[in-house]
Design a binder for this molecule. Structure first.
Ligand code: PMP
Length: 440
């Protein structure tokens, strides 16, 4: 490695001070990285225009400067209803752990046992050396849950959308997506060789008119979030399926935010509407209700077999780690054995929603535990976020491109394990900060 000429040598920089924390503590790494003596000044790199955009990117730095930067906040505890940030306990209202399972002792134990039995990684893709018996067990359990013939696991939910859509939609074919679809769906559509068409959010007439203009014999896929991740509303799946059927299109639903939340036993949006037999592909993630990391696609056996041999995001990426797979299996068991969790999630949602409405917040069309509090202004969303954290609440700001400019919001999401006291505390603080900033 080449360092700047004038940089002190290692010998000169040695401070011989013991770190303030044992080395395994994350603060220790930060502390050492930040010691002036340990910072190396690299020599200027050869000029290149490619990185000009990075050098000119100032937005994040400007937000940091005025103390409103809301991203990459460091949590030093488990993801639970309360988390530790900079040594302070904060009420978590920005998590996707809808069933509150991320810190569950039985799930943690299952992950530990899997590490003991299988080690820490699979060191290869499902295609070659990375298929474990627990991957197959999990695929069967998920197929049963969502009532489809077969399931295929991927290492993240993002990869499912990327790998499935790009493998299925070929040249001369079409993929039609709702404008509010998740970024991973959009990336999958862009990566496909087919033509990507969008329709206005939940506008079924717009979808139909798009389809009417396409060659009837061409392959078509309609893809939408079951529950929209930022707005918290639900796709009109029966209507979408009816239109798809009329035009010979396949239907794919991204149920990242619906598994564990909607439908029989938490089976998601198709089950919620009773249209599972009209939905060709159901996608889900493990990073939300199922307390882990990874994702799945459920479909008929033939489609899954095709994906197993054509989906590059699956074939050329290492398989889900044993601990992750075992955690999902344990989380599924708990989800099925304890339906009261989902019931409590909905009770919490109703309590929070009613309270927010009474305070005068605009919650849009949310129908789920994702409650968007519309701010309609970028800086207001950032200020809300900052002031709420000062008051002990963690919420997420959602700004363009995740939502259209002018639709900025703070996203409040509930967990089954929030207590009434926590919900009331949150309402009190949201009311206080909302008034202070003129939002209500
Ligand atoms: N789809 C939707 C709707 C999502 O919200 C997310 C994650 N935010 C994903 C897919 C990607 O899932 P993962 O985080 O498991 O990669």
């Amino acid at each position: 490695m080449i360092y700047h000429d004038k940089a002190p040598t290692l010998e000169e920089t040695r401070t011989d001070q013991p770190p303030a924390y044992p080395l395994s503590h994350p603060a220790a790494a930060r502390e050492i990285n930040n010691r002036p003596g340990h910072r190396k000044v690299p020599a200027p790199l050869p000029a290149c225009t490619l990185l000009d955009k990075a050098r000119n990117f100032k937005t994040a730095a400007q937000l940091r400067e005025i103390g409103l930067y809301p991203y990459f906040r460091t949590i030093s505890s488990a993801q639970d209803t309360e988390v530790m940030i900079e040594g302070k306990k904060v009420l978590m209202l920005g998590s996707n752990s809808y069933l509150g399972l991320t810190n569950h002792p039985k799930i943690k134990e299952a992950a530990r046992a899997a590490v003991e039995k299988y080690g820490t990684g699979c060191a290869g893709s499902r295609f070659l050396n990375g298929t474990l018996d627990i991957h197959l067990e999990l695929e069967s359990a998920l197929a049963k849950l969502v009532n489809k013939e077969a399931v295929l696991l991927y290492s993240t939910g993002f990869q499912v959308n990327l790998g499935v859509i790009s493998a299925l939609v070929g040249k001369g074919e079409y993929v039609l997506g709702d404008k509010s679809n998740h970024a991973s769906i959009v990336e999958g559509c862009l990566l496909s060789q087919g033509k990507f068409l969008r329709f206005a959010h939940k506008d079924m007439a717009a979808l139909e008119s798009r389809l009417q203009k396409l060659e009837p014999e061409a392959g078509k896929l309609i893809v939408a979030d079951g529950v929209f991740s930022m707005e918290g509303d639900i796709i009109q799946l029966p209507e979408l399926c009816r239109i798809a059927n009329q035009h010979g299109a396949a239907v794919m639903v991204d149920d990242a935010h619906a598994i564990g939340v909607l439908g029989r036993n938490g089976a998601g949006t198709p089950s919620h509407f009773g249209v599972t037999d009209q939905v060709h592909l159901i996608m889900g993630t493990f990073s939300k209700s199922l307390a882990s990391l990874g994702g799945f696609i459920a479909a008929d056996g033939g489609t899954i077999d095709y994906l197993k041999h054509h989906s590059r995001a699956l074939i050329f990426s290492a398989s889900m780690s044993p601990a992750n797979a075992a955690a999902v299996l344990a989380a599924l068991q708990i989800m099925l054995a304890e339906p009261e969790r989902s019931a409590q999630l909905w009770r919490n949602t109703r309590r929070m929603k009613q309270g927010l409405r009474e305070l005068g917040f605009d919650l849009g069309d949310s129908e789920t535990p994702i409650l968007p509090v519309y701010c309609g202004n970028l800086m207001l969303a950032f200020k809300m976020c900052k002031r709420l954290q000062d008051e002990g609440l963690f919420v997420n700001p959602v700004v363009s491109p995740a939502v259209a400019p002018g639709q900025e919001l703070i996203r409040v999401s509930l967990m089954a394990t929030h207590t009434d006291k926590q919900v009331d505390f949150a309402l009190d603080k949201l009311g206080k900060v909302g008034k202070e900033l003129g939002l209500i």
